[in-house]
Design a protein around this ligand. Structure first.
Ligand code: NAP
Length: 248
C-alpha cells in the first residue's frame, strides 16, 4: 500500500472495531488521523495512545455524526488544526434489529440518523474543502446486507443501501474535481456489533460464507487503505465487497 505521509484523515466511529483498525492502519501508513467517537472517551484515548506510542500524529474528537452542527464543527476543527483534510472514512454505524412487524419507528429512525444521515452530514461538511483542495478520498462503510438484505434488519439494510446510492451519486458530482467516493461493504466481521448474536445465527451466517470464517477488522482496513491510496486514483463510485464470498 502506498505511503500516506502528509495526508490528514478523519475516521468516524474509530474508538473500536473496524474504525479502530482503520485508524491504526492509516496511521501506520503515515497519515495523521483524527479519531472520532460518540460515547466512550476511554476507548478513543486507547487508540490515540497506541498511535502516539508509535510516534505518529493523531487526535480524538467526540461528535455524534447524526448532529449536523456538531459534524460541521468537527470538520472545522480538522481543517483549523491540520490545514486540510485528505481522507474521510464514514465508518460510524449502529444496529437496532427487529422484525419489521415489531420494529418501532424510533428504531428505524435512529439507525437512519446515524448510518445514512450521519454519512450525509459528514460528506456535506467536507466536500467544499475537498473541492477547494482539488483532491480528496471518501470511503463510506456499507454492508453486504445493504446489497442482499437480511431478515430482522430492514432499518439497517435500508440505511446501508442508501449509503451505496449516496456514494455513487456523490462520486458522479465530484469526479471531475479529483475526488473519489467509494464504499466498502463488509460481510460478517468480528467486532462488538456481531459479538452478541445467538450461536444459531452465527452458525447460519458462517454457513453462508464460502470461506467458512468470520472476517477480521484488518480485512476491512486493508480495503479502505487501498481505496484511499494513490494507486486507487481512477476508482470511484464503486462498492468493494469484503465478505469471504458471501455475495458473488
Ligand atoms: P462497533 O464495534 O459497534 O463500533 C461502532 C463504532 O461507531 C464505535 O466506535 C462507536 O463509537 C461509533 N459510533 C456509533 N454511533 C456513533 C455516532 N452517532 N457518532 C459517532 N460515532 C458513533 O461496529 P463495527 O462492527 O466496528 O462496525 C463499523 C462499521 O462497519 C459500521 O458502519 C457497521 O455498520 C459496518 N459493518 C459492520 C459489520 C460487522 O460484521 N461488524 C458488517 C458490515 C458493516 P462509541 O463507542 O463512542 O459510541
Amino acid at each position: 500500500m502506498s505511503d500516506l505521509c502528509g495526508k490528514v484523515a478523519l475516521v468516524t466511529g474509530a474508538s473500536r472495531g473496524i474504525g479502530r483498525e482503520i485508524a491504526l492502519t492509516l496511521s501506520s501508513l503515515g497519515a495523521t488521523v483524527v479519531i472520532n467517537y460518540s460515547g466512550s472517551k476511554e476507548r478513543a484515548q486507547e487508540v490515540l495512545d497506541t498511535i502516539k506510542a508509535n510516534e505518529k500524529e493523531a487526535a480524538i474528537y467526540q461528535c455524534n455524526v447524526s448532529d449536523p452542527d456538531a459534524v460541521q464543527a468537527m470538520m472545522q476543527y480538522v481543517v483549523d488544526t491540520y490545514g486540510k483534510i485528505d481522507i474521510l472514512v464514514n465508518n460510524a454505524g449502529i444496529t437496532k434489529d427487529n422484525l419489521l412487524m415489531k420494529m418501532s419507528e424510533d428504531e428505524f429512525n435512529q439507525v437512519m440518523d446515524v448510518n445514512l444521515k450521519g454519512t450525509f452530514h459528514t460528506c456535506k461538511s467536507v466536500i467544499r474543502q475537498m473541492i477547494r483542495q482539488r483532491s480528496g478520498r471518501i470511503v463510506n462503510m456499507a454492508s453486504v446486507v445493504g446489497i442482499i438484505g437480511n431478515a430482522g434488519q430492514v432499518n439497517y439494510s435500508a440505511s446501508k443501501a442508501g449509503i451505496i446510492g449516496l456514494t455513487k451519486s456523490l462520486a458522479r458530482e465530484v469526479a471531475s474535481r479529483n475526488i473519489t467516493v467509494n464504499a466498502v461493504a463488509p460481510g460478517f466481521i468480528k467486532t462488538d456489533m456481531t459479538s452478541e448474536l445467538p450461536t444459531k445465527v452465527v452458525d447460519e451466517m458462517l454457513n453462508a460464507i464460502p470461506m467458512k470464517r468470520q472476517g477480521m477488522p484488518q480485512d476491512i482496513a486493508n480495503a479502505v487503505s487501498f481505496l484511499v491510496s494513490e494507486e486507487a486514483g481512477y476508482i470511484t463510485g464503486q462498492v468493494l465487497e469484503v465478505n469471504g464470498g458471501m455475495n458473488m
